[in-house]
Design a protein around this ligand. Structure first.
Ligand SMILES: C[S@@+](CC[C@H](N)C(=O)[O-])C[C@H]1O[C@@H](n2cnc3c(N)ncnc32)[C@H](O)[C@@H]1O
Length: 269
């Protein structure tokens, strides 16, 4: 049985004032050994939609009732056989066939008239675009993040990241649209070889969703999208294949939960 909105627990208390990420406590909880990946238990875990689910998002999303996701923000494998300087790679980055079909299931699970923001690899853009359009998305915008350092050198030096803003149906424009060129924050990729900064994702969440909305990242990695969502008073559903990254994301979110409980008066929606 798919799990619907009716079974969701209340959203986190709505934060009330402006905040910066400075001064946040480390987003790590003790007791990591007690955290388990939800492969066997994911339907139960998904009930409250504030979950990191460990598994293949193509399968996990089938358990989400149609129309439940209010905003998707995701950073899928780019299909470039990525390896960082220390040799770390990204699961399925050598096989877009294990990645692109997820977008059709994501589209189904999204609310009518909602947005999906997806990072992508510029050199596989034709395959990403075909998958997005086949799923039913239309293209609503494009965002570039500029880096003040070069992450690689090919025929040019790589100084940007990019994402498409995709629409299911005809969503309302954000009340306060953000610029389509954004500053990039470097993470150092300590927890994940392609870790995105919470600071890069939070403006998207604030512009394209509202308090209590469900934000889904089906390629969740270290959980940055879910952290940004939780800090903004949104519910989150992160899905990730690798158990180690799921455990790490849960640790971060446990830290966010404690932070929100003690500091809600300092946090803005
Ligand atoms: C580019 S990384 C995302 C990194 C993330 N943005 C972060 O800040 O840590 C893509 C992630 O998708 C995961 N992945 C690949 N195929 C998947 C699938 N079919 N279902 C769920 N996760 C998948 C990989 O293990 C990887 O961690």
């Amino acid at each position: 049985m798919p799990i619907g909105r009716g079974s969701a627990t209340p959203a986190p208390a709505p934060p009330t004032m402006a905040f910066g990420l400075d001064g946040l406590p480390p987003l790590f909880a003790r007791g990591a050994d007690r955290l388990q990946c939800a492969t066997d238990n994911w339907r139960k875990e998904m009930k409250d939609f504030n979950s990191i689910i460990c598994g293949n998002s193509l399968e996990i999303l089938k358990g989400v009732e149609t129309g439940q996701i209010d905003l998707a923000i995701t950073d899928p494998p780019y299909g470039v056989r990525y390896k960082d300087r220390t040799g770390r790679s990204v699961r399925n980055d050598d096989d877009l066939n294990a990645v692109l079909p997820v977008f059709a299931e994501l589209y189904r699970a999204m609310r009518p008239n909602s947005f999906c923001i997806s990072f992508y690899g510029w050199n596989r853009v034709d395959e990403f675009m075909r998958a997005w359009k086949d799923a039913g998305f239309t293209v609503a915008g494009h965002i570039v993040w500029t880096k003040d350092y070069s992450s690689r050198t090919g025929v040019v030096k790589y100084h940007h990241e990019q994402a498409y803003v995709l629409a299911k149906g005809r969503p309302q424009r954000p009340a306060r649209p953000i610029a389509d060129v954004q500053p990039w924050t470097r993470t150092g990729n300590r927890a994940h070889p392609t870790e995105k900064a919470v600071e890069s994702l939070q403006p998207l969440i604030r512009a394209f969703s509202k308090r209590g909305d469900l934000v889904c990242d089906p390629f969740s990695g270290s959980g940055s999208t879910s952290v940004a969502a939780a800090l903004s008073g949104r519910r989150y559903l992160g899905i990730e294949l690798e158990e180690g990254y799921c455990a790490h994301a849960r640790q971060r979110l446990a830290g966010v939960g404690r932070y929100l409980q003690t500091r809600t008066s300092k946090i803005a929606a």
